[in-house]
Design a protein. Structure first.
Length: 694
């Protein structure tokens, strides 16, 4: 049934009846764009255009709809909540936040009359150089799928269709329009597909976006294996598949290979691959009418989903609530990487003068970064946050470095170093930005901090040993030159409209940091599994080979005993936690006992209230199949007062022990012994027991 949620269309009609009344031309008008962010409708039958919008952490500002370039419309009614980016959200490891994150975006999208939200981004983070890492969740498929499902449900509970993207292996921006991702079937099934599979089977996601790249030589947006055989036939996906903007390249393939909605091709609407050329292909029997009807039905089903919602069933828009939620996520996303001699939290009553250094201390990031740009209602910078919370303290600011080619770089650094000598504490706010580094369309050329920041940090630490480095970035950075002598380091991500306040609260201990890394920080780029050869990244002769197979992220580091700078799951607190009493409900997984409940106790053994993220890994013993040393299969986040403890229960199923057998082309379980590991990170394992799998 279809009814517009903007009161243009009141009459409800049956989908099959609608399709039977359409001409071929009307059917085709529904399955390609009619404006930059709208598909076509059929006015004669009362079908309005389907309206979509970026982005994954805030609703994109309105653009001029009928020109190729992405030019803002200059309106004053398209402001949005600017939530921390997806990588920051994931760093909270907070499942409830993932749901509320989606719910918040869904409510704001609906308020702006958007019917499909182009998110979440659920590509696996494969290389530290990928320009869009900040838009994704993790290097781990289990963590990614767990958070993505909750995000999707939150969006769709507000009567807006989520669009999981980008299917599949869109793991780099370099040559993204032409590169072909080449990987074996096991790697595809175990690493790169699980989040999309869960989005369909657990999240009931209503739409999926194809990736720009090719997969095994065929473009993902009309890839028969991915879209027809896996997504629609094997998983039973009933929603619509849309192309990324300019992701469609062939009329016949698009018509036959599973693409339902072509968006953003840079030519006149009627000349889209799935417009007039598709009409001719149908007339020439190159694409059957049944394929067209199926595409139309899928688009109409999404329209029906979003237009059947009763507004009285949905929460009214509450921008104050959404802005407060942005602060909650920002607080829990911050990762305390290092804190020697308990330099943090700072005691504001013992400070007279604090120096803040760095261009990122005053920079705002919301409106940058490509398709995920947001016109934020406001954005608190780190310097503003520090000024808000460091009361009765002399706050001095020095730029320290220039993001432009500036002949005054030495002078800027010298000014900051001189100021550092007399400060009670120094806070360096550095990292990257969305113009030259973390952004769509480009990858980084290396992991180094730009703009001479290494020189700056080294010099400031030498001048003042009470130096804290806080990095704004959506990817790891090389810290080798200064990490050993810098006492405190914070990863603050792109942390949304309240990021500055959240950082200041952590610095003075008003918030006890609880975020943990969802990606491994390597010491050197060559330690990363995607960077063993040019074949693996950036690729050769139009192909990028995933030679590392399933050994992505921590799987690679742990299996090959490579010490990272900071490991997967790492994050410090101002309190301490003690683990004890690990037990399992049964010591064997058999046909009769298909689940095992794992229980253990976590106690806050320190003096401050804090939250701990406990992680459950499984580790095969004496496996005859190539497997990672350990794999994440569960986690829990609990908040505990001093001396408070809590029993935690996590459940393992047979699926958690499966691997994909390429010879049999099916999932299977290797019998044998498996260690159950409970830790505070992938490196710090506190409790271990062993079970048998039969």
């Amino acid at each position: 049934m279809i009814e517009s949620n903007n009161n243009k269309t009141k009459e409800k009609l049956n989908i099959n009846s609608l399709i039977s009344k359409m001409t071929l031309e009307e059917k085709v008008s529904i399955i390609h764009a009619s404006q930059k962010f709208e598909s076509g409708g059929v006015e004669r039958l009362g079908i309005d255009n389907l309206v979509v919008s970026d982005g994954p952490h805030g609703i994109r500002p309105e653009l001029i709809p009928d020109i190729v370039a992405f030019v803002q419309a200059g309106r004053n009614d398209d402001f949005s909540v600017y939530l921390p980016t997806e990588l920051a959200l994931a760093s909270t490891w907070n499942i409830d936040f993932a749901y509320e994150f989606g719910k918040t975006l869904g409510a704001e999208a609906r308020h702006r009359n958007k019917e499909v939200l182009l998110g979440p981004g659920i590509n696996i983070i494969r290389t530290p150089l990928n320009g869009r890492n900040f838009e994704y969740l993790s290097e781990d498929p289990y963590l990614t799928k767990t958070l993505a499902v909750k995000y999707i449900i939150g969006v769709q509970d507000q009567g807006v269709a989520a669009c999981a993207k980008h299917l599949v292996a869109n793991n780099q921006e370099w040559e993204r329009f032409t590169i072909s991702s080449e990987m074996d079937e096991r790697t595809l099934q175990e690493i790169y597909l699980p989040a999309f599979k869960a989005a369909v089977l657990e999240g009931d996601v209503k739409s999926i976006m194809g990736a720009y790249n090719k997969f095994r030589g065929q473009y993902c947006c009309h890839n028969d294996y991915l879209l027809n055989q896996i997504l629609k036939e094997k998983w039973g996906f009933e929603g619509l598949v849309m192309s990324d903007w300019n992701g469609t390249h062939d009329t016949i393939e698009a018509g036959n290979n599973g693409l339902d909605l072509e968006m953003g091709t840079e030519q006149e609407w009627d000349n889209y691959y799935m417009a007039n050329p598709l009409i001719e292909a149908v007339k020439n029997n190159q694409v059957p009418m049944s394929k067209i009807d199926d595409k139309v039905k899928r688009v109409l089903k999404v329209m029906a989903f979003v237009r059947d919602f009763d507004a009285s069933d949905l929460e009214p828009l509450d921008t104050d609530k959404h802005d407060r939620f942005a602060l909650k996520v920002a607080r829990e996303s911050i990762v305390l990487l290092k804190n020697d001699n308990q330099l943090l939290p700072l005691n504001p009553f013992s400070l007279k003068k604090v120096l803040v250094v760095g261009a990122n201390a005053t920079r705002k990031h919301a409106i940058e970064g490509g398709s995920s740009q947001v016109k934020a209602r406001y954005e608190v910078t780190p310097l503003e946050g520090i000024q808000n919370h460091f009361k009765n303290i002399d706050i001095i600011y020095c730029q320290g470095y220039s993001e432009e080619e500036d002949a005054n770089a030495d002078a800027l650094r010298e000014e900051a170093v001189n100021a550092a000598k007399s400060a009670d504490a120094v806070i360096v706010v550095g990292g990257l930005n969305h113009t030259g580094h973390d952004r769509e369309y480009i990858d980084r050329v290396d992991m180094n901090l730009p703009y001479g920041q290494d020189d700056l940090i080294e010099a400031i630490v030498d001048a003042n040993p009470k130096t804290i480095v806080s990095l704004v970035a959506g990817t790891p950075n090389n810290m080798n030159r200064w990490i050993d002598k810098t006492p405190a380091v914070i990863q603050a991500w792109y942390n949304g409209m309240e990021g500055g306040n959240a950082l200041a609260e952590v610095l003075i201990g008003k918030t006890n940091p609880s975020g943990k890394l969802t990606i491994t920080f390597p010491k050197e780029l060559t330690d990363s599994p995607a960077h063993t050869s040019p074949k693996s990244y950036p690729g050769v002769d139009g192909k990028v080979f995933y030679d590392e197979g399933i050994m992505v992220g921590y799987r690679h580091f742990d299996t090959h005993n490579i010490k990272p700078q900071f490991c997967f799951g790492h994050g410090l607190s101002y309190t301490s936690f003690k683990y004890s009493n690990l037990s399992v409900s049964n010591s064997k997984l058999t046909e009769d006992k298909e689940t095992i409940q794992v229980t253990f106790n976590v106690e806050n053994s320190g003096s401050l209230t804090g939250s701990e993220i406990s992680q459950l890994y499984i580790a095969p013993k004496n496996s005859l199949v190539k497997k990672a040393a350990k794999e994440l299969k569960g986690f829990s986040k609990v908040k505990l007062n001093p001396n408070e403890n809590q029993n935690i229960a996590l459940t393992l199923t047979k699926a958690d022990f499966q691997h994909f057998d390429e010879d049999k082309n099916e999932w299977t379980i290797e019998p044998g012994s498996y260690d159950i590991l409970i830790g505070s990170s992938s490196e710090n394992i506190h409790l271990t027991t062993t079970i048998q799998v039969e």
